[in-house]
Ligand binder design. Sequence first.
Ligand code: PMM
Length: 272
Amino acid sequence: MTLVMGILNVTPDSFSDGGRWATADAAIAQGMKLARDGADVIDVGGESTRPGAARVEPGEEVERVLPVIEALAGEGLTVSIDTMRARTARAAVDAGARIVNDVSGGLADPDMPRIVAELECEVIAMHWRAHSTEMDATDQYQDVVAEVRDELAARVDALATAGVRPDRIVLDPGLGFAKVTDSNWPLLARIDDWAQGHRVLIGARRKRFLGAAIAREGVDPADASAREHATTAITTLCAERGIWGVRVHDARAASDALRIVSAWQNGAEPQR
Ligand code: PMM
């Protein structure tokens, strides 16, 4: 069954303004809630990758995520670390994370392929072309599906050459990354054409292309909170197609959708 990856962004603006420990405590509580709501994996990130976001200092990123990962892994939860830095990935796995989610697929930090090979963890390699401040300008494709396939294949090669077992690599099309609106839909319509037999993670939650798709009179395309039902529709379709995982904020909604797909497919109430 499709896994629910619950998003836990440990950034100062996400939680209380009561300082580092208050932030860590609030983040740990939110991680536990995500798990109760049905998240199978908690994806902890200390650096925002939203369009236009500035980078965080490496030491600051590690300090944000480490206490949260230690606590959640200590509770027996499966944790992934959302980072583009090899040093953060190593510290996170040492603290109990089992998956490295690198939105740059090992491109942003030349040490990443070697480190994840050494760590022997699962790796999510996302399609990415540039950091957040420049990525919208790189939304330029002749054939988005072929180019994403080839660029992901190059990332798989780099990881495999460094020693990562190909079966440990999950591919992600990077919806919204170097893809402003129209470039996203062909990638969802033709997953098999770029996935090259790898497991696939889809992160669509509340992204701009969903806002554009649902915009009509009375629905503001800029209102991110209006995109929640659209996100759940994507989750439902991913589950129906046997996609490995969905990266979402609302684990409860995703988990409900997965149960309904399971019940429909099996003609019986879901087991889990
Ligand atoms: N999107 C964001 C951050 N990390 N990781 C993966 N693998 N896939 C994504 O689509 C992805 C990601 C940005 O979205 P957020 O602001 O909701 O975290």
